[in-house]
Design a protein around this ligand. Structure first.
Ligand SMILES: Cc1cc2nc3c(=O)[nH]c(=O)nc-3n(C[C@H](O)[C@H](O)[C@H](O)COP(=O)(O)OP(=O)(O)OC[C@H]3O[C@@H](n4cnc5c(N)ncnc54)[C@H](O)[C@@H]3O)c2cc1C
Length: 430
C-alpha cells in the first residue's frame, strides 16, 4: 500500500494551504480532493468568457493575504473603489464609506455624521480581542446611539462577515474583519480560481502530490492512532497523519467513533451562515454610477468586481464584460424564489435595463458561506487543530476559526494544523 507522512482530505483553500506549507517543510504530503477540480468554495466557473466566483470574492488585507505572499503567490488583481450607494426604503442614496461621502449622504443627520466620524477614526485602533464575550448586535446597541447609524453599521458588518446573524456573531472577530476591510480588499483577476491554481502550483513545486476525483470514504485508525484513509472504491493509502480540511459534519462521517471525540462538540455547536447569490455578466453597464451597493434596510449587497477606478478592480471577463455579484445574506430563515426576486429587484434599481445586456447568469440559492460562524453559543471557541482522542488526526477549514473569519480562518487553521504537526511529529519518511 502507498505511504505518506501527511494526507490532507479536501482541496479547498484550507487543504491547499496546508499542503503547500507541509510540503515546503519537506514532509511527504498527499492531498485528496473528491471533485474533478480544486478550490472548493473558492472555485471559479468560466461561462461565455465571464468568470463567476462560486464563493469567495474579496481577499481581505489579513492573514490569508499575508500567507499567500509568504508562499510567493503573485496574485494579480486590483483594489476596488469604495464609492457606494446605500439602499434605504427602496431608493438609492450616497453611502458613507469615506469622509467625503459622509458629508454628502442624506442617510444621516448632522449628529449621526459626527458620531460616524468619531467611529471611523476610532475603529482601526479598537482592541477587538476584548470583545469575545458579546454579540455584534449587543455591541452595536451598547456603543452606537444614532438609530440610522446602527442600521448603516449592521449593513457594513453584514458584508464584512458575509452573514446576517449579528445576534449570534461574536463581536470581536467581526470587528477585526471590518478593520481588515477598512484597509482595502483585493479582487483577483479571473476570480479566486486563479489564486487556487497558483496555490496548487506552489504546493506541487514544493513536492506535494495532489489527486482530484478521489473521494475519501473513511479515515482508518487503530488503537487510538491514525493509520490511513480509504476511498469510496475501497482503495487505501497509509499515513501517520490525516488532516481533514472539510466541514465538521463531513469530518464526522469519515471517522468511525467520532461521537467519542471533540468532533462531536464541533459538529453539534456549528451554526452555518448561508447566502443566496446572483451573478450576472453584462456586455455594458446601463448605469456606471452604481457598481457597489449596500442594502441598509435589506440584507443585500451588490458589487461589480470589474468596476473602473484608479487603479481598476479585477479583470473578470475575456471580452470586457462586467461581472456583477449580488448577495442576499440569510438570517434565520429564507426562501429561494423570494431571494431571487429581491436580488433581481435590486439589480433593476442599480442597473435598469440589465436584462438586455445579459451575457451570462448564475443563481445559487443557498451557498454555505461557512459551516460555522464564531458565535456566542460555542462550547469550544477554538476548534482544532488536533482531534485529541485520535493521535495523528487534525482538522482545518474556515469553521475551525480561533477568531479569524472566512478565507483568513481557512488559512489560519491550516497553518495552525501544520505547525502542530511539525512540532508533535518528527519526520519519519525521507
Ligand atoms: C457566497 C460566498 C461568498 C464568500 N465571500 C468571501 C469573501 O469575499 N472573502 C473571503 O475571505 N471568504 C469568502 N467566502 C468564504 C470562503 O469561500 C471560504 O471561507 C473558503 O473558501 C473555505 O475554504 P475551505 O478550504 O475551508 O473549505 P471548502 O472550500 O469547502 O473546501 C473543502 C473541500 O473538501 C472537499 N471534500 C469534502 N469532502 C471530501 C471527501 N470526502 N473527500 C475528498 N474531498 C472532500 C470539497 O469538495 C472541497 O473542495 C465566501 C463564501 C461564499 C459561499
Amino acid at each position: 500500500m502507498e505511504r505518506y507522512e501527511i494526507i490532507i482530505v479536501g482541496g479547498g483553500i484550507a487543504g491547499l494551504t496546508a499542503a503547500a506549507f507541509a510540503a515546503r517543510e519537506g514532509r511527504r504530503t498527499l492531498l485528496l480532493e473528491q471533485q474533478s477540480h480544486l478550490g472548493g468554495r473558492a472555485s471559479t466557473r468560466h461561462e461565455n468568457g465571464i468568470y463567476f466566483n462560486l464563493g469567495a470574492h474579496a481577499l481581505y488585507n489579513g492573514y490569508a493575504h499575508e500567507s499567500f505572499r509568504e508562499l510567493g503567490l503573485k496574485l494579480q488583481g486590483g483594489v476596488p473603489s469604495i464609492g457606494a450607494r446605500g439602499l434605504w426604503k427602496g431608493r438609492l442614496h450616497v453611502m458613507p464609506t469615506s469622509l467625503a461621502s459622509l458629508l454628502q449622504t442624506p442617510l444621516l443627520t448632522r449628529k449621526g455624521k459626527l458620531e460616524m466620524a468619531f467611529w471611523l477614526s476610532k475603529l482601526g485602533k479598537l482592541d477587538t480581542s476584548r470583545l469575545n464575550g458579546i454579540s455584534l448586535s449587543d455591541w452595536i446597541e451598547a456603543n452606537l446611539k444614532d438609530p440610522l447609524l446602527r442600521h448603516l453599521f449592521h449593513s457594513i458588518m453584514r458584508t464584512a462577515t458575509y452573514s446576517a446573524l449579528p445576534h449570534l456573531h461574536v463581536a470581536g472577530p467581526a470587528l477585526k474583519q471590518l478593520q481588515s476591510a477598512l484597509k482595502g480588499v483585493f479582487y483577483l483577476d479571473k476570480g479566486w480560481g486563479s489564486l487556487v491554481e497558483e496555490l496548487r502550483s506552489v504546493a506541487a513545486a514544493h513536492g506535494a502530490e495532489i489527486r482530484t476525483g478521489w473521494k475519501t470514504a473513511a479515515v482508518r485508525h487503530e488503537n487510538g492512532r491514525v493509520i490511513g484513509v480509504v476511498n469510496d472504491q475501497g482503495e487505501g493509502i497509509h499515513a501517520d497523519i490525516v488532516l481533514l480540511a472539510v466541514a465538521p459534519a463531513t469530518a464526522c462521517k469519515l471517522v468511525n467513533g467520532w461521537e467519542h471525540t471533540a468532533l462531536e462538540t464541533w459538529k453539534k455547536q456549528s451554526r452555518p451562515a448561508t447566502a443566496a447569490c446572483l451573478d450576472v455578466g453584462l456586455k455594458r453597464l446601463p448605469n456606471p454610477d452604481c457598481t457597489f451597493l449596500y442594502g441598509v434596510d435589506q440584507a443585500v449587497f451588490l458589487t461589480d468586481q470589474s468596476r473602473s477606478g484608479t487603479p481598476r478592480a479585477a479583470v473578470m471577463s475575456d471580452n470586457g464584460e462586467h461581472t456583477i455579484s449580488l448577495i442576499k445574506y440569510h438570517g434565520d430563515d429564507n426562501d429561494a424564489k423570494e431571494d431571487e426576486r429581491e436580488l433581481e429587484n435590486v439589480l433593476d434599481l442599480a442597473q435598469p435595463g440589465w436584462r438586455s445586456e445579459l451575457a451570462a447568469r448564475q443563481y445559487l440559492p443557498r451557498m454555505t458561506v461557512t459551516p460555522d460562524i464564531p458565535h456566542i453559543n460555542r462550547v469550544d471557541s477554538k476548534p482544532g487543530p488536533a482531534v485529541p482522542e485520535i493521535g495523528g488526526l487534525y482538522v482545518a477549514g474556515d469553521w475551525a476559526s480561533h477568531g479569524e473569519l472566512l478565507a483568513d480562518a481557512a488559512v489560519a487553521s491550516a497553518r495552525r494544523a501544520v505547525q502542530h504537526i511539525l512540532r508533535k511529529a518528527p519526520s519519519i519518511i525521507h
